[in-house]
Ligand binder design. Structure first.
Ligand code: FAD
Length: 580
C-alpha cells in the first residue's frame, strides 16, 4: 500500500467513525516519530440528537458570547436536555492569556484559537452556533436581536430575532479609554486577536521606518519609543515580551538603531502589578530597571496624539509630554453597549457591570444569568438577614441561642454567607462557636439577638468582589452548566442551604470561586507567581511552571500542540519579524 492510499484510507476511516477520534494518532512521517494522545472531551462525535415527537419541547438556552465564560458553559452543559444556541461575532474561542505573546510572534495567532464549532461538536446533543452580534436584549419579551457581521448582500441587514427560555449572558467587557482625548484614534489595545496582530505589524513598521534613509535621529528615536499605558498584568507582560523581542531578535536585524530603542510603562498607581503581593511588584520593578524598561508611576495620561503622549504627574500637577512611535493602552475594562442597554432596562443603570445573585441570576431580570467579565456577584450581607437567621436558629423561641442551636444552622450560614468563613480565617478562629465568646474571651452558653448581631456583623467586612479574570469566568461557566444539568434533580431534592428569609431550601449551592493563583511573566525566561496560601514564587523556575500551566490549560489538544511547537520554534529559530 502506498503512503498516499494509506493516508486517504485513514482519513476516510476517521470521518466515517468519528467515535474513534477519541484516539488520535498523529504520524510524523518526516521524522518517523509517533505521538498518540486522546481527546479530553467526555463524548465525541455525536453530531445530533433524534427528535422524538412525543417528548415535550426542550427549553431553549441562549448563550451570548464564546469567550472564557461562554465556552466553559458550552463545554460542560448537557445539550441533550436543552435546545442550546450560541451567538457570537467570533466563531472561535481565544486563549487571552497568551495574547501578549502573539504581539511579538512568540506564538502565532492561530495557535491560541479554537473554532467554536470544533468545541461544540464534541458535546452530547446538538448546539447551534450563529456568527452574529447581539445588538439588543429584550428582557421583557425574552428575545434578543442579533445582527450578522458577515458582509453579504444576500443577508440584507442580516438581522434576526432569537427567543429564549433561559439567557446566559457571557459578553465580556470592552476596552476602557476613560474618555481620554485621542486614545481611541491613536492607541493600540490588547483585547482581541486582531489587536495583537495589529500590534505585531506596527512594531515592525516602527523599526522599518526608523532605518529608512533620510529619517532624522530625533524621528528615529520617536519611532522606536514604545509606550505602554497601564502597569497591570497585561501591560507588564507586553512590555516584557517587547523587550525580549528586541533583545533577542531585532537587535541583530536592525543593528544601526539598537541604541535608540526605549520602552516606557506609565502607571497611575505607585507601583506596577499592584494587585499582586508587594514582593512581586518590587521584583518586577527591579527587573525592569535592569532591563532598561522605564517605569513612570503616579502619572495619569491626559491626551494622546499620533506623535505625542501628554501626562500629568499626580504629585506635582505638572503636565509633561513625550514623543512616541506606538502606544498600547491597557488600563482596564468598560461595559459593552448591549450590556449597558440591558442594565438600563432592568434598573441597574448606575452600575459598571451586571449585578447577579450568588446563583449568577441577573437581578431584576427573569431567567437571565450573567457570567464572566460582564457581571459581578452582589453577595448578600449577613447583617441584612441576621434577625431571620436568629429566628430560624432559635427553635424553642426562647429569645436566646444555645451553642447547639447555633451548630445546627452554622453549615447553612457558612454556605449562604461565605464571608463568615473568611472572617473566621482572618481572626484565626477555628470553631464558629468561638464567635460567641464574650469580650474577655470566656465561653458563653447562650447569646441573645444583640450578642449574635455583634458576633457576626463584622463578617461582612470580608466581602470582596471577584476579579475580572479568565479563571473566574471559566469557573462560573462550569458552575452554571452544572446547575442546568441537575435542574430537575435539584428541584426534587434541593442541594442548597436553607432559606433564612422564607421557607425550604435553595435549589442549588451558591457559586464559590476557588483561586488557583496568578502569574506575571516578566521576560528573560523569568516569571512571578502568587499561589494559594500566600505563596510567592519568582524567577526562572516559575517561568517553567508558567509554561506547563499554560500548556495544560489549552482548550484542545490541537492548540496545546501548536503552542508548544511555537515555543520550541522560538527557542530554536527566534521570532519571525516578517510584516505580514
Ligand atoms: P471574553 O473572554 O471577553 O468573551 C466575551 C465573548 O463575547 C467573546 O466571544 C466576544 O466575541 C463575545 N461578544 C462580544 N460582544 C458580543 C455581542 N454583542 N454579541 C454576542 N457576543 C459578543 N485572565 C486570567 O485569569 N489570567 C490571565 O493570564 C489573563 N491574561 C489576559 C491577557 C490579556 C491580553 C487579556 C485581554 C485578558 C487577560 N485575562 C486573563 C482576562 C481574561 O481574558 C478575561 O477575564 C476573560 O476573557 C473574561 O471572559 P468572558 O467570557 O467574560 O469575556
Amino acid at each position: 500500500m502506498t503512503i498516499l492510499s494509506f493516508l486517504s484510507r485513514a482519513s476516510r476511516a476517521y470521518k466515517e467513525y468519528p467515535a474513534y477520534s477519541k484516539l488520535l494518532v498523529l504520524c510524523t512521517l518526516s521524522s518517523g516519530g509517533l505521538l498518540a494522545y486522546s481527546e479530553s472531551g467526555p463524548d465525541t462525535g455525536t453530531a445530533g440528537v433524534e427528535t422524538d415527537q412525543k417528548l415535550p419541547k426542550k427549553k431553549r438556552v441562549l448563550v451570548l458570547g464564546t469567550g472564557w465564560a461562554g465556552t466553559s458553559f458550552l463545554k460542560h452543559v448537557d445539550a441533550t436536555l436543552y435546545d442550546v444556541q450560541v451567538v457570537s461575532p467570533r466563531n472561535y474561542f481565544a486563549f487571552t492569556p497568551l495574547l501578549p505573546s502573539v504581539t511579538c510572534g512568540t506564538v502565532e495567532a492561530r495557535s491560541i484559537v479554537e473554532p467554536i464549532r470544533n468545541i461544540v461538536k464534541k458535546r452530547r446533543g446538538e448546539i447551534q452556533f450563529w456568527e452574529a452580534e447581539c445588538v439588543k436584549i429584550d428582557a421583557a419579551n425574552k428575545k434578543v436581536l442579533c445582527q450578522s457581521n458577515i458582509d453579504n448582500d444576500l443577508l440584507q441587514k442580516g438581522e434576526f430575532f432569537l427567543e429564549y427560555d433561559y439567557l446566559v449572558i457571557a459578553l465580556g467587557a470592552q476596552v476602557n479609554t476613560f474618555n481620554t482625548p485621542g486614545v481611541a484614534e491613536n492607541c493600540h489595545f490588547l483585547k482581541e486577536i486582531e489587536d495583537a496582530q495589529k500590534i505585531r505589524r506596527s512594531v515592525i513598521d516602527c523599526f522599518e521606518t526608523a532605518v529608512l534613509p533620510g529619517v532624522s535621529e530625533d524621528e528615529r528615536r520617536r519611532y522606536l519609543h514604545f509606550v505602554i499605558v497601564g502597569g497591570g498584568p497585561t501591560g507588564v507582560e507586553f512590555a516584557a515580551e517587547l523587550h525580549d523581542f528586541f533583545d533577542e531578535d531585532l537587535v541583530k536585524l536592525y543593528p544601526t538603531v539598537k541604541d535608540l530603542v526605549k520602552i516606557t510603562v506609565i502607571q497611575s498607581g505607585d507601583h506596577i502589578l499592584n494587585m499582586f503581593d508587594g514582593r512581586i511588584s518590587s521584583f518586577a520593578e527591579q527587573k525592569f530597571k535592569r532591563d532598561g524598561i522605564e517605569v513612570q508611576t503616579g502619572c495619569r495620561v491626559v491626551s494622546v496624539s499620533d506623535k505625542e503622549i501628554k501626562m500629568k504627574v499626580k504629585s506635582k500637577g505638572e503636565v509633561s509630554s513625550m514623543p512616541h512611535g506606538l502606544v498600547v493602552w491597557s488600563t482596564g475594562v468598560g461595559t459593552r453597549p448591549v450590556v449597558r442597554d440591558l442594565m438600563e432596562q432592568i434598573g441597574q443603570a448606575n452600575r459598571h457591570v451586571l449585578a447577579t445573585d450568588e446563583w449568577l441570576r441577573v437581578k431584576g431580570c427573569e431567567d437571565a444569568y450573567a457570567i464572566g467579565d460582564c457581571a459581578t456577584i452582589d453577595q448578600r450581607k449577613i447583617r441584612e438577614d441576621i434577625s431571620s437567621i436568629f429566628k430560624a436558629a432559635d427553635k424553642n423561641n426562647s429569645g436566646t441561642l444555645t451553642v447547639q442551636e447555633l451548630r445546627d444552622v452554622i453549615d447553612d450560614i457558612r454556605i449562604r454567607y461565605p464571608q463568615v468563613d473568611l472572617y473566621l480565617q482572618s481572626k484565626h478562629l477555628i470553631d464558629v462557636t468561638d464567635l460567641l465568646k464574650d469580650d474577655q474571651g470566656n465561653d458563653r452558653k447562650e447569646v441573645d439577638i444583640e450578642g449574635f448581631k455583634l458576633a457576626l456583623s463584622h463578617a461582612d467586612s470580608q466581602m470582596k468582589s471577584l476579579p475580572a479574570t479568565a479563571q473566574v469566568a471559566a469557573q462560573q461557566g462550569a458552575y452554571l452548566s452544572r446547575c442546568f444539568n441537575r435542574w430537575q434533580q435539584c428541584e426534587e431534592l434541593p442541594e442548597g442551604p436553607r432559606r433564612f428569609t422564607g421557607s425550604g431550601y435553595h435549589q442549588f449551592l451558591p457559586f464559590r470561586y476557588k483561586h488557583f493563583g496568578q502569574f506575571a511573566p516578566l521576560g528573560g525566561e523569568q516569571a512571578a507567581a502568587e499561589l494559594p496560601g500566600d505563596w510567592v514564587s519568582v524567577g526562572h523556575s516559575t517561568q517553567w511552571l508558567w509554561y506547563s500551566v499554560y500548556a495544560s490549560k489549552q482548550v484542545s489538544w490541537r492548540t496545546r500542540l501548536l503552542v508548544v511547537s511555537d515555543w520550541t520554534r522560538r527557542f530554536i529559530f527566534g521570532r519571525d519579524s516578517s510584516r505580514i
